[in-house]
Write a protein that binds this ligand. Structure first.
Ligand SMILES: [Zn+2]
Length: 427
């Protein structure tokens, strides 16, 4: 077995299901491995069982610093659904199996082997090369990177960061592309509270049924598609795959002509999206509700604010029904520029591993820890861990699902990428 698959297999065996997390067992396992390579390590924990691990090779000058970021917690796995026990770390037919194999103990293991091997080789970066294995990404209640950025900023501050988020290889026609995430949408859910007047359900005429009003409001918000716009990630994506940036109104059709997968990628990135997902109404069958709450999952484009979209939402809901809007939270929505040395490193790596293939930026709909670094320090953070052997749709179906696994070949490819990034960005 190779060093990186061996390390990953050991990491998967440590059950860090969050909640409760228990990431300290993973932090200590990695600390022992990294200290053997001569690296300075520090455990930083808000609670003893939820430790984060930071290691670094100090820079010799004031060159740019690079943070190799990964979270050590994983989501729940139900053994009944799996072909192998989810915390076995078994290597079978050239693949490492277990919870976290893709999300994202693979990258944590590759980061560790990359920095350890560079340390053993006597690599002297000009800026700091930093390794961080953090807790609590999957549940996000304040033990991981968000807390580190606030309470221990010097431990994680960096000019550049490689994190999770993308790396899938796609084929459109004869051409191959590797996705690299450089931005994420902002999750801004809200409640529409339809207002009426309660009454006995046997006499509907005396009441004003908020549930019936809510039905109309749900239809209106669900049918709402804001005017499309092309932001920088979509522009760069379309320029690479189509050779030009079409007008916003025809962007989706042009992507679909190329490949339905390209259209699926582009569609949620052209505008904010609105998906009603939850409703609460009367608690009793015979009582007409005065208030009905509809929760809408809303994802804004990077840079958009709730103040900016609320007037559009009100215009769509109309003035004929009584309702209130309450925003619940706002999380994410940051981006990094694309004209950076880290982007050049992604591009040069892609052309090295597959001549003719291109790197393309993508804005992801989900949230990652990259947000905290961009927000706190203006770090240029990308999500990139290339998968060449495993098909993108197979990987997507395994993340947070049963039988999660990664080909050893992709693990070693990822290790090569991390070493390449370190050498190029902070040499
Ligand atoms: Zn993850």
């Amino acid at each position: 077995m190779s060093e990186v698959s061996d390390l990953l297999s050991g990491l998967i065996k440590l059950d860090t299901t969050n909640p409760p997390g228990n990431e300290t067992i993973a932090a200590e396992y990695l600390k022992a491995y990294l200290e053997a390579a001569g690296l300075e390590c520090e455990l930083i924990a808000r609670a003893p069982e939820r430790a984060n691990l930071i290691a670094r090779i100090r820079g010799t000058g004031d060159g740019p610093s690079l943070l190799l970021l990964g979270h050590t917690d994983v989501v729940l796995a139900d053994p009944k659904e799996w072909q192998v026990p989810p915390f076995s770390g078994e290597v079978r037919d050239g693949e490492v199996w277990g919870r976290g194999a893709l999300d994202m103990k693979c990258q944590v293991a590759a980061n560790a082997v990359a920095i350890a091997s560079l340390a053993r080789e006597g690599f002297r970066p000009s800026g700091d090369l930093i390794f961080a294995a953090t807790a609590d990404e999957e549940n996000g209640v304040g033990f991981g990177l968000e807390w580190l950025c606030e309470e221990h900023p010097d431990a994680v501050r960096a000019d550049f960061c490689v994190n999770e988020g993308a790396g899938d290889r796609l084929r459109f026609g004869d051409d191959a592309y590797y996705l690299c995430s450089s931005a994420e949408k902002k999750s801004s859910p809200f409640t529409i509270r339809a207002l009426g007047r309660s009454g006995h359900a046997s006499m509907p005429g005396i009441a004003d049924n908020a549930l019936v009003k809510a039905a109309k409001l749900i239809e209106r918000i669900a049918a709402f598609t804001p005017e499309p716009q092309i932001q920088q990630e979509v522009a760069a994506f379309l320029r690479t795959v189509l050779g030009e940036v079409p007008a916003a109104a025809s962007a989706l059709d042009r992507a679909r002509e190329l490949d339905p997968v390209a259209a699926d990628l582009v569609e949620p990135l052209l505008a904010a999206t609105f998906s009603p997902t939850m409703i609460t109404a009367s608690r009793k069958r015979n009582v007409i509700p005065a208030v009905v709450e509809v929760t809408v999952d809303c994802r804004l484009l990077p840079g958009q604010t709730t103040e900016h979209v609320e007037p559009m939402i009100r215009a769509v809901l109309g003035g004929d029904l009584e309702y209130e809007i309450e925003w619940l939270e706002s999380k994410g929505g940051t981006r990094s520029p694309l004209d950076t040395p880290l982007w050049e490193a992604v591009e040069s790596f892609v052309s090295e591993i597959e001549p003719g293939a291109r790197a393309v930026p993508i804005c992801v709909a989900g949230f990652t820890d990259s947000h905290w670094l961009r927000d706190a320090f203006g770090t240029v953070a990308y999500g990139f861990f290339p998968l060449r052997t495993m098909a993108a749709e197979v990987a997507a179906s395994l993340i947070h699902s049963a039988n999660e696994r990664i080909p050893v070949a992709d693990l070693e490819l990822g290790l090569d990428w991390i070493r390449h990034a370190a050498r190029t960005v902070c040499a």
